[in-house]
Design a binder for this molecule. Structure first.
Ligand code: FE2
Length: 307
């Protein structure tokens, strides 16, 4: 009896040790194809998600603009308010002109990122422009929530030029990663000190390649495919094609691999806020009362707090 107990005790110890040293590969919860929708003054775009979900928290929305027909985007996003969130715009091609009610303005061009913290409130417009020689517009806008403690912070713009975004090559150049925020192999992205500790990576894998990337346990992570196809966990049950959202369960590592095709995707993670979400249009607060106040202030001209 005691002999066999000792035998099992050894085995259990061994299993616990293996378990502790092995990565906990995150499994796919669900994959969702992005959906065509109309936004702003009539912009045709694809929405990867636009709802509060405990597996996407602190992120609220991801839009994919991709068209070479100016009629799909030229109407743009005229004057509108934001409060309680951050909007992160990343352009692959084309440009968006930006201006706000405080007189800030600029152009987000191919490869650039604008990390805009609306905080207590901004009123801005975002207007895509047709290029001189070609009309392709391609980019993404992500919305990240702010915790109650920071919803009414002063607004802040961080304009990051493409030349400021480092690219790291891994696995004998089979994997390339542009780091907007986060850290890889000791290389840090330009966006730091963001409250939800987000990591924002633009990752490209050539065919027959594997990429393992650590992500803090308890953080939420999703991938959004831009081009090509790949497996997004180690079960390899589904080859995920372009324009698809991959939502993950918990773990400490993501595992992505390719077969005949390469794949390019955004890999985005952050620390969940775990607070109630009250959301109407471009304003996201914790309670309906705070939402009503925000819209009332917008109507009576007291919305902007920061001068
Ligand atoms: Fe906006």
């Amino acid at each position: 009896m005691s002999k066999s107990f000792n035998f099992y005790k050894g085995k259990i110890y061994f299993i616990i040790r293996v378990e502790k040293t092995m990565d906990k590969i995150r499994k796919i919860k669900v994959t969702l194809k992005s959906r065509q929708t109309l936004e702003g003054a009539g912009v045709r775009l694809k929405r990867a998600f636009g709802y509060a979900d405990e597996l996407l928290d602190p992120f609220l929305l991801l839009d994919d603009f991709h068209s070479d027909d100016p009629r799909d985007y030229i109407a743009g996003f005229p004057w509108h308010p934001h409060r309680g969130i951050e909007t992160i715009t990343y352009m692959l091609y084309g440009k968006i002109e930006h201006g706000d009610s405080l007189g800030n303005g600029g152009v987000i061009e191919a490869g650039d990122v604008q990390w805009m913290t609306a905080g207590s409130g901004i009123i801005h417009q975002e207007m895509p422009k047709k290029g001189k020689n070609d009309s392709l517009l391609w980019g993404f806008q992500l919305w990240a929530n702010l915790p109650a403690s920071h919803k009414m912070m002063d607004p802040k713009y961080r304009d990051v030029k493409s030349s400021q975004i480092p690219e790291v090559s891994l696995n004998e150049n089979k994997v390339k990663v542009k780091i907007v925020s986060g850290e890889l192999n000791g290389v840090k992205g330009p966006m730091e000190d963001i409250i939800t500790d987000p990591e924002y990576l633009d990752v490209t894998l050539i065919p027959h390649t594997e990429f393992n990337h650590p992500i803090n346990e308890g953080y939420n992570v999703f991938a959004y495919t831009i081009e090509g196809e790949g497996y997004f966990d180690d079960k390899k049950e589904e080859l995920v094609g372009k324009e698809t959202l991959v939502i993950y369960r918990d773990g400490d590592t993501v595992n992505i691999s390719t077969l005949e095709d390469g794949v390019r995707f955004l890999l985005i993670s952050g620390k969940p806020i775990k607070e109630p979400v009250a959301w109407r249009g471009p304003i996201v607060m914790n309670t309906n009362e705070e939402l009503s106040i925000a819209f009332e202030e917008y109507q009576n001209g007291t919305f902007i707090k920061h001068k």
